[in-house]
Design a protein around this ligand. Structure first.
Ligand code: GLU
Length: 507
């Protein structure tokens, strides 16, 4: 790497919710910046006004904040290279479009959309493809084919025009992509792209290159879908005389569908029931798309799972905090080939983070669930309860089903378990058992167990049968953690009461 200060940018267009592919791009930029003590810039690329969606910019900010990616410079943060929103930089782009025209690198084109469409149709009829390029430009309506007077006349008449880049006719160009290696191309296969539109705004290409240069961006790290734009961008840097300050490029691999075939789309998530967006998104039409945050994912787990989509540490380690990722990350370990998204693995990551949370932190998160159910529980009991079951869950939202019996006595009993366990001598035995339980002086799991075992022995019943019936009485079914621990935590009175309830209800 050169010794230039590392400055990277995440440059989303506010056209809707940020897909996790975009979030992963932001993350790799962030990690790269932090690894090299550089700056992470957020630039809003909103020059395509037809695709602007209300609320998208706020969504981008909120997503990055939730995931812990601190923005060094951006619309909200400010910075010495602002404004950071392209629609506020119009004047700047006009200057550079003019410079390209004056230097012979670009030209005005007056062709109407209808005329171009007709050309396309003609070409199609002849089974070819129309391209606005070195072969066709002189036969079209532009400042290369028309006289200076004609051009002036059209402009003064207010005829709409665009500015096109005049691609050189036959030049071999080679550039290095940090992930893909050398990328070679001949300019002869490239067309004359529009760089400035008739609405007075630049296209993505011009704005992107001008801003990366003016904002002193050292590395452009972006999705693979932008790889085809790289040749034009390289040519723009050359045309503007900025080749020596051109950023390095790295094009990240696609995130693929769970099947491994094709790019992961919003529809894949809808079909299989996993989110493809960081946060829930409500479209202006009122349609809701689910988000990782609202689905109960912890932000640390999302960061971790995204980091491993297309990057690997070269070791077996899978669990990484943001700090550890910053340490370990390197562009050299980003793969060329697409990264398959596995929704089960995503859950697994969340499970790991839930299990590794302290019992107290997990309990704190669970308290809000209890409060919403009007349950005021002793915090020590909540901590103990979640500690017993956390290995079994992937999401905090799954806790209630696992531990509800600690906070509410069962009112219903699983009929299957009743049929299998609550039969023969069992109800009568249970009635007697309440007496033995009452005698237990020290209400501790081992002591309770001793008392029950003694009673079972005395009556000559099966240990398993009794234990399952006892569980049914305490939790209402055949599930839950260690039974004696449940009894201990419920307390003596509560335990005895539950056995009595079961006898009564199931009689
Ligand atoms: N505005 C482009 C996007 O929405 C940015 C691409 C780039 O990073 O150059 O992804």
């Amino acid at each position: 790497m050169t010794d230039r200060k590392v400055r990277v940018r995440f440059a989303p267009s506010p056209t809707g919710p940020l897909h996790i592919g975009g979030v992963r791009t932001a993350l790799f930029n962030y990690l790269f910046a932090k690894k090299h003590q550089g700056d992470f810039v957020l630039r809003i690329e909103d020059t395509d006004q037809t695709r602007f969606v209300e609320g998208a910019e706020e969504y981008i900010n909120e997503s990055l904040t939730w995931l812990g990616m601190t923005i060094d410079e951006g619309v909200a943060q400010g910075g010495e290279f602002g404004p950071y929103k392209q629609s506020e930089r119009k004047e700047i782009y006009i200057q550079y479009a003019d410079k390209l025209i004056n230097d012979g690198w670009a030209y005005y084109a007056f062709d109407t959309p209808e005329e171009l469409e007709a050309k396309r149709e003609d070409a199609e009829a002849e089974k070819t493809k129309f391209s606005y390029d070195m072969n066709t430009r002189m036969g079209l309506k532009n400042s290369l084919s028309l006289s200076a007077e004609e051009v002036e006349k059209l402009k003064t008449e207010g005829v709409p025009y665009v500015v096109r880049f005049k691609m050189p006719e036959n030049e071999e160009v080679s550039a290095v992509d940090m992930i893909r290696g050398e990328v070679k191309f001949n300019t002869a296969i490239l067309d004359d792209k529009v760089i400035f539109k008739s609405d007075g705004l630049p296209t993505y290409h011009l704005a992107n290159v001008v801003d990366d240069y003016l904002m002193k961006i050292s590395h452009v790290i972006r999705g693979e879908e932008w790889l085809p734009s790289m040749p034009l961008h390289i040519m723009l840097y050359r045309a503007l005389g900025w080749e020596d300050e051109r950023p390095e490029f790295a094009h990240l691999p696609l995130i693929l569908k769970p099947t491994g075939k094709g790019k992961l789309s919003k529809r894949d998530g809808d079909k299989a029931g996993f989110p493809v967006f960081p946060l829930e998104w409500k479209s202006p039409e009122g349609e809701i798309a689910s988000g990782y945050r609202e689905s109960g994912y912890l932000s640390e787990a999302v960061v971790n799972l995204l980091a491993l989509l297309g990057w690997n540490p070269g070791t077996e380690q899978e669990i990484f905090s943001m700090e550890q990722l910053t340490e370990a990350f390197s562009i050299e370990r980003v793969n060329k080939s697409g990264a398959r998204f596995d929704p089960e693995k995503a859950k697994w990551f969340n499970h790991q983070y839930v299990v590794n949370m302290s019992d107290e932190d997990l309990a704190k998160q669970f308290v809000s669930e209890l409060t919403s159910r009007n349950i005021e529980a002793d915090f020590t009991l909540v901590v103990k309860a979640v500690s017993l079951v956390k290995e079994r869950i992937s999401f905090v939202s799954e806790l209630w089903d696992q531990v509800s019996f600690f906070f509410e006595a069962p009112t219903e009993y699983d009929p299957k378990v009743v049929k299998k366990r609550w039969k023969g001598d069992v109800p009568a035995f249970m009635a007697e058992l309440t007496g033995s339980l009452d005698q237990v002086s020290e209400w501790k799991a081992e002591v309770i167990k001793e008392a029950i075992s003694a009673k079972i022995e005395e009556k000559g019943l099966g240990f398993g049968l009794v234990m399952n019936a006892f569980r049914l009485a305490l939790v209402g079914g055949g599930f839950g953690p260690d039974l004696m621990t449940i009894a201990e935590l419920l307390g003596k009175e509560n335990t005895i009461q539950r056995v009595k309830n079961a006898i009564e209800v199931l009689a």
